[in-house]
Design a protein around this ligand. Structure first.
Ligand SMILES: Cc1cc2nc3c(=O)[nH]c(=O)nc-3n(C[C@H](O)[C@H](O)[C@H](O)COP(=O)(O)OP(=O)(O)OC[C@H]3O[C@@H](n4cnc5c(N)ncnc54)[C@H](O)[C@@H]3O)c2cc1C
Length: 610
């Protein structure tokens, strides 16, 4: 079946309509009103991607504002240092400095667009998030990202920028002189069409690739294909082994952080057994568990640098052993009494009380405590189909939430391909192994502005060059082959891919497991597959998703230490990860495609902040 072909020519094509992509398009427009700009997005603008759809108990946007601690002229420097140091010194310090130094301006831009950030005593309220030293997290509530997306979409509509909705970019075209444009699939009620976009600049803003994992909290469409299109066009990837994981509800995808843990729930398996103590490393006593669970509330992502990883490792292993895992709020954990909780934790608990109850009630159950410190989460769960007031339990898994690495960028958001820029979660080098919460939303705004302005400058000097008919024919043929191909259904192929990744490159990584993952992936790659009800785009993207999985596995294989969410073990039954190796591994792994093969090179990051 041959598709109809449409062709457009423009100066700048932005791929992705999340926070990063929209900000980049607006910045390009702000730089020059004569530049022709198009933004292509899967689905409808404002209704696809993580920024538009994600929520958690309180989503954070990090910014160093004039009243942010430590209240000195260079407070932003402490922010930059947190990104770099807490990140594990495997990111570029100059990019961390750019993020921090521009955070206040990015925040004020969003405020001007009407994002309803919460204030307290006339000042923007800020709190401390996972892994940062000062309170920098600005928020609107559970929907901070959604509010940011909505405000950006409104501003987008006020500007003259071409919009290509339901348009998935499936190939980037480049040569020695740089990027020449992209080819996409346009979906409409009438079916699919091929769209050829000749552009002198392309800004990749396609988000993270959480869908390569079986357990993830990403929306549909976040395949990570954009990073691989850039890689195949000649860009480098970096830090691909660092994927943020954390405990989330399987049914609702809610991150179970904060008060969900501070209520001291029971972790049980599908046989009703409290299992965490089966996986305790040497030196940890079961009596330490309540404290660990409580502290998990403030250290949601898995990290080698936090002992609360013990909880994630136990949940991950229990599920890998074939049992489902639940949070039970109906009964206290075995042997638990609130009275015995250490006083520092009680102090923090008291600071969270919203509807105070008697001491006796507080002793009764995690449900009573959750109702005391965060009644909204109880009603939120009920609204989303889990009624914990009637004893229903919350099924959880350790889910992929954020790609800390991606397409390697420099301080101008440029990649190794001239005219190709990357921004937001698909970009890499600005975050390290750990990403202090709140810096991803910030990243899209700061580098969105930078890449948009850079692409607009390039537009003044460079003409778009046409993509040739033979280049289009190659893509047409690939798509045509998919219509005819027979084999595994695309959904079954994806499900196998996800199982390989969750099993071999999830929370527990071993040399053996990573090697096996690569073998299984290669076997899968050889299997023919056919399109099914999941659609043409899903089928077209499977090879890119397979390559994404491969670069994650290979980077994880090379890094034979633990750092951030990358936990390496000698064998799967070990409960203690291999140590972090400093300073030897204060290097990031850069991946480049050479003659169709992934070449990995550990490289020194930029260590100077300026
Ligand atoms: C549950 C959850 C909670 C989070 N909490 C926080 C938080 O509190 N603070 C924080 O800083 N970060 C948080 N994050 C991370 C943060 O929200 C994301 O990193 C950020 O929103 C990503 O923005 P983006 O613009 O890069 O990508 P996205 O918002 O994911 O947008 C990607 C866009 O690209 C489009 N797209 C993808 N592929 C293609 C293609 N091939 N062709 C065309 N279009 C394409 C998609 O449709 C979408 O429009 C959280 C993430 C999750 C999942």
């Amino acid at each position: 079946m041959k598709l109809n072909i449409h062709e457009i020519t423009c100066d700048i094509l932005v791929v992705g309509g999340g926070g990063g992509g929209i900000r980049a398009a607006l910045a390009a427009r702000g730089q020059d009103d004569q530049t022709s700009i198009y933004l292509a997005t899967k689905g409808k603008l404002g209704q696809s991607g993580v920024t538009a759809l994600a929520c958690s108990d309180r989503m954070a946007f990090h910014a160093t504002l004039p009243h942010t601690e430590p209240l000195c002229e260079d407070s932003w420097f402490y922010h930059a240092r947190d990104i770099y140091e807490i990140g594990g010194r495997v990111s570029d310090a100059n990019l961390a400095a750019i993020l921090a130094a521009n955070a206040c301006e990015a925040f004020e831009y969003l405020l001007k667009l009407g994002v309803p950030f919460v204030t307290c005593d006339g000042k923007t309220d800020q709190f401390v998030t996972d892994g940062s030293h000062y309170a920098r997290a600005c928020y609107t509530g559970p929907y901070t990202a959604v509010h940011i997306e909505q405000a950006l979409v409104e501003e987008f509509k006020r500007n003259n920028i071409g919009l290509l909705e339901n348009c998935s970019i499936i190939e980037l075209i480049s040569d020695n002189e740089g990027i020449r444009g992209a080819i996409g699939l346009l979906e409409s009620r009438q079916g699919e069409e091929l769209l050829v976009v000749n552009a002198s600049s392309v800004i990749m803003a396609s988000g993270g690739g959480g869908l390569i994992y079986a357990d993830n909290v990403f929306p549909r469409g976040n395949s990570g294909s954009g990073a691989i299109l850039a890689y195949r066009a000649g860009a480098e990837l970096v830090n691909m082994e660092f994927i943020q994981f954390g405990i989330a509800s399987v049914k609702t995808r809610l991150n179970c952080s904060g008060s969900m843990m501070r209520a001291f729930p029971r972790f049980v398996n599908d046989q009703g057994r409290e299992f965490i103590s089966d996986y305790l490393p040497e030196g940890i006593d079961p009596s330490d568990l309540p404290g660990l669970i409580f502290r998990k509330g403030a250290t949601w992502p898995v990290s080698y640098e936090h002992d609360t990883r013990i909880i994630d490792i136990a949940v991950y292993k229990e599920r890998k052993n074939g049992r489902k895992v639940y949070l039970d709020y109906s009964k206290n954990p075995r042997g638990f009494t609130y009275q015995q909780v250490e006083s520092a934790l009680k102090e923090r608990y008291r600071g969270e009380i919203k509807n105070e109850i008697s001491l006796q009630e507080r002793e009764e159950s995690p449900l009573k405590r959750l109702q005391e410190i965060n009644p909204d989460s109880v009603s939120w769960l009920e609204k989303h189909g889990i009624d914990i007031t009637s004893g229903e339990m919350v099924e959880v898994a350790v889910c992929a939430q954020h790609f800390q690495g991606g397409i390697k960028i420099n301080d101008r958001g440029e990649t190794a391909v001239r005219g190709l820029y990357a921004v937001g979660e698909c970009a890499g080098g600005q975050h390290g192994a750990n990403r202090p919460g709140g810096n991803a939303l910030l990243d899209g705004q700061v580098f969105g502005k930078i890449t948009g302005a850079q692409a607009a400058l390039r537009a003044k000097q460079t003409e778009a060059r046409a993509i040739s008919k033979s280049e289009v024919d190659i893509i047409l043929e690939k798509v045509d082959d998919l219509y005819k191909s027979r084999g595994l259904t695309a959904s079954e192929y994806l499900s196998r891919l996800q199982k390989i990744m969750s099993s071999c490159a999830g929370v527990v990584r071993t040399a053996e497991g990573l090697k096996e993952g690569l073998v299984l992936l290669e076997e899968l790659r050889q299997m023919p597959f056919e399109m099914d009800s999941s659609g043409l785009v899903q089928a077209v993207e499977l090879p890119a998703m397979t390559t994404l999985a491969e670069v994650v596995l290979r980077s994880a294989q090379l890094r034979d230490e633990s750092r951030g969410p990358h936990l390496r073990f000698t064998c799967p039954t070990d409960n203690t990860p291999l140590p972090r190796r400093d300073p030897q591994w204060q290097r990031y792994i850069v991946i480049k495609e050479i003659s169709g093969q992934a070449e990995l090179e550990p490289r020194e990051p930029v260590k100077q902040f300026e």
